[in-house]
Design a protein around this ligand. Structure first.
Ligand code: ADP
Length: 305
């Protein structure tokens, strides 16, 4: 399958500083791809180049098979971009703003009306068209930001820290929206929240000092092969080791015991067993955030930007 976004040997320097070096990656349809890296790694530079706001020093960007540098207008027509700070005009209503965004994308007349209705519906703004942007909550403002990014129905959507500064409910809503967008398009998602990447992305790229240092598939990850347990009345560890699916028991941090599970073991069976035995199950959680560990290992020792 042809990728929706193809980045080839991308370089960008700022004076003597090499902000990006030999970056290569692809984004496919129905994929949410995470872009990770510590501050200064080159994420914004990458997103700004793909959005056409910044020229690369060398390399190529293809959006849906169209070369961004040779055919910028056609390529950008297939791309939607939500920068970290959404480009909103507080004095406009949601509809006025979406109409403005649609006109910038060359939409007029009936097509514009349809685009506005579709973007509003997609982003849960059906009843908010006449509201002034200034009066919207931060979560709704972010929905409007995403609505402008998809107003022209692009195949590729770039979202830069889309859940930054939102409260937990708003975060959930925006994540649901991102997941839905990713079903029908290609989404490049930059975020500092590693669990968010694990939740939403099928794959993550880790940038460090301008280079792609790791590419991690997340779909195939075993669903928590280690479990931390806190029991009010823990039995002898050999009893825990005897539970079906448990391959090993570790002492953990004193409060918790860590169970190693064989692939495919359902943690709820372990919970049932503990309850049935009267061991007073107080807490049970998967151990270790693999991506977090990977991230710190790869980017450790980074100098402050
Ligand atoms: P990230 O988004 O991952 O934090 P950036 O792409 O913003 O990283 O920055 C990558 C590197 O390029 C950093 O060292 C940053 O200081 C530098 N940089 C970014 N923009 C400019 C600029 N306009 N002029 C000079 N240096 C820049």
């Amino acid at each position: 399958m042809e990728p929706l976004l193809r980045i080839r040997d991308l370089h960008r320097t700022y004076g003597d500083l090499r902000a990006l070096e030999a970056l290569d990656f692809e984004l496919h349809r129905s994929e949410v791809l995470g872009l990770l890296g510590p501050n200064g790694a080159g994420k914004s530079t990458t997103m700004r180049i793909i959005s056409g706001a910044l020229a690369p020093s060398a390399g190529a960007v293809e959006i849906d098979g169209i070369d961004l540098l040779r055919h910028p207008i056609a390529a950008k027509a297939r791309l939607g971009y939500l920068p970290e700070t959404p480009p909103l005009y507080p004095d406009l209503t949601v509809d006025e703003y979406l109409d403005y965004a649609a006109r910038l994308r060359g939409l007029r007349g009936a097509a514009l009306g349809r685009a506005r209705a579709r973007a509003r519906e997609r982003c849960g703004l059906t009843h908010s068209g006449r509201r002034l942007i200034a009066n919207l909550s931060k979560g709704y403002k972010q929905r409007v930001g995403i609505a402008q990014a998809i107003i022209h129905d692009p195949k590729v959507v770039i979202l830069d820290e889309p859940t930054g500064g939102l409260d937990p409910n708003q975060i959930q809503e925006i994540r649901t929206l991102i997941r839905a967008l990713g079903e029908e398009r290609g989404v490049l998602l930059s975020t500092h929240i590693l669990p968010e990447v694990e939740m939403l992305c099928g794959r993550a790229l880790i940038l460090h000092q301008g280079r792609l240092v790791h590419e991690q598939p997340l779909d195939a990850a075993p669903p928590g092969n280690r479990l931390a347990l806190r029991l009010g009345q823990p039995p002898d560890p050999t009893e825990l080791a005897g539970i079906a699916g448990v391959t090993r028991v570790e002492a953990g941090d004193g409060k918790h015991l860590v169970l190693h599970l064989s692939d495919g073991t359902d943690p709820s069976g372990i919970a049932d067993h503990c309850v049935a035995k009267g061991w007073r199950l107080l807490e049970m959680s998967p151990v270790g955030d693999r991506l977090e560990q990977l991230f710190s290992r790869i980017t450790l020792g980074e100098s402050a930007p």
